[in-house]
Design a protein around this ligand. Structure first.
Ligand SMILES: [Zn+2]
Length: 484
């Protein structure tokens, strides 16, 4: 009898109590030995491709990386590996494994997601100490390279987890879908593609290996993601630049007006205040302030802004950032009144509202607060929805339990201030599915997107073991998961 059938009808709290009992119990011997050499070789091979799919970058390395990923998927035993053109520049590597339908007609379907594209890695600007495309062991024992954590670790993790759980032949009680994306970092077209082929992407659970723990060795499942809305706000005041001495004062100044307008997005403490965007009290795990301070890296004399707990400020309330500004650079400035200026405002918002509602709220706010004497327009917007997991789902709970058992520490349910647009798209096509967000990049040291990105090998191995143990829990014919 499967664990699901044994406990499937029980309330969450009981399941969570069961989970807590297994803490400090070593992961079971069924997990095949994880060959760390082979794991590192696979990771190094993927890291060697500068697979940055951003517009303006050579797409060839992404295409070569996709081919390499496809070879790895094949090597695990998947037949008919596909490279799906989802309408962007780099394909999705796709493969499926079907359960033995006669023996297991109710086999669950799991979709395993990771992405093989990376952020750019400008060596000088980001201060890389090693070649970003050569996986290098640092003096601290961590492995450095662009994508070592985000998210090439996710690709090797899923594939090694399948191996560790006995390989595809042994997994005849579960349907697997492999979905390795090539345009996650540059906000590609997969979300829209998912909506055009919902059958293909339908699943009972999505295993999204693209996040991680706050600290190495302390497992977390992310249960909430904020959505993102980007709004460009442009202020026009004059047909051309005019002398700031001759005309400055009564003549409207576009940049000054833009600064006044943007300043209305926050209160005196730095909390974002945009009418019409809702928030809530965070009740999940906590992000201790001293860890948060360490992770953000304040310069001497700087301090955090806003009021309330870190979790509330980060997971369950909106935050507005100005991520770009078009005006005259200081080095090219002269004594003129600036006729036009533009800013890109990025607003992160908690679940409980649609991205369209938030876009409308931001535009309404900026229109209402527009200073007199200038023309304000919104030439560009972009939206991605927020996400909340059903953290009481059976598969979700089993996954949390597997992580607790492997790490020997209770799994925490956490939020993330980040947005993953694909997750909202998947939730739309399979509303009942459990969505597990986790990974091997730790917030403290991995420094994803920045210089000297790195991964902790023990963390990666523990994540692989967790996923393998989860696959094992789904076995219909095993009883060896009764708590000792
Ligand atoms: Zn990522």
């Amino acid at each position: 009898m499967s664990y699901l059938r044994k406990f499937g009808m029980q309330p969450t709290t009981e399941l969570m109590e069961e989970i807590s009992k297994v803490v400090n119990h070593p992961a079971r011997s069924f997990i095949a030995h994880i060959d760390r050499e082979e794991l590192l070789e696979d990771l190094a091979r993927l890291v060697s491709y500068p697979s940055c799919s951003f517009e303006g970058f050579d797409i060839q390395p992404s295409l070569e990386c996709a081919a390499e990923v496809a070879r790895m998927v094949e090597a695990v035993g998947f037949a008919d590996v596909e490279l799906i053109d989802v309408g962007g520049r780099a394909p999705v590597v796709w493969a499926e494994h079907r359960a033995d339908e006669t023996r297991y007609p109710d086999a669950p379907t799991l979709l395993l997601y990771a992405h093989y594209d990376v952020q750019p890695a400008p060596v000088q600007e980001q201060g890389w100490r090693t070649d970003p495309y050569v996986l290098t062991k640092g003096g601290d024992g961590r492995y450095y390279g662009r994508g070592a954590a985000d998210d090439k670790s996710g690709i090797v993790a899923h594939l090694h987890a399948i191996d560790s759980a006995g390989g595809l032949e042994a997994l005849d009680y579960v349907n697997l879908k492999i979905c390795f994306e090539g345009e996650e970092e540059c906000l590609g077209t997969l979300e829209e593609y998912v909506a055009t082929d919902p059958q293909r992407f339908a699943a009972d659970a999505y295993l999204i290996f693209d996040l991680g723990n706050i600290e190495v060795g302390k497992p977390m499942l992310t249960s909430a993601l904020r959505g993102t809305v980007i709004v460009d706000v442009e202020v026009a005041a004059l047909r051309q630049e005019i002398h700031s001495g001759v005309f400055g004062g009564p003549a409207p100044d576009a940049l000054k007006a833009l600064i006044m307008l943007l300043a209305t997005l926050w209160d005196a403490h730095g909390n974002t205040v945009i009418e019409g965007i809702s928030d809530f009290e965070w009740t999940g795990g906590s992000y201790p302030e001293e860890l948060f301070r360490r992770d953000v890296g304040l310069v001497e004399g700087a301090d955090l802004v806003g009021t309330g707990s870190i979790e509330n400020r980060l997971f369950s309330r909106p935050s507005a950032s100005i991520i770009g500004l078009d005006a005259t650079p200081v080095a090219q400035s002269s004594n003129v009144v600036i006729p036009r200026a533009k800013a890109r405002v990025s607003v992160r918002f908690p679940h409980g509202q649609t991205a369209a509602m938030v876009t409308e709220a931001v535009i309404t706010h900026l229109t209402a607060h527009a200073p007199a004497g200038v023309v304000v327009t919104f030439p560009y917007t972009l939206e991605a929805g927020a996400f909340a997991a059903h953290d009481e789902g059976n598969l979700y709970t089993l996954f949390a339990r597997a992580m607790s058992e492997v790490f020997g520490v209770q799994t925490q349910v956490m939020g993330s201030g980040a947005s993953i647009p694909l997750v909202a798209a998947l939730q739309k096509i399979s509303p009942q599915a459990d969505i597990m967000l986790y990974g091997a990049s730790d917030l403290g040291q991995s420094n994803i997107h920045g210089g000297n990105e790195s991964v902790d090998l023990s963390e990666l191995v523990n994540m692989i073991k967790s996923e393998a143990l989860f696959l094992h829990y789904l076995r219909p014919d095993t009883d060896d998961i009764i708590i000792p």
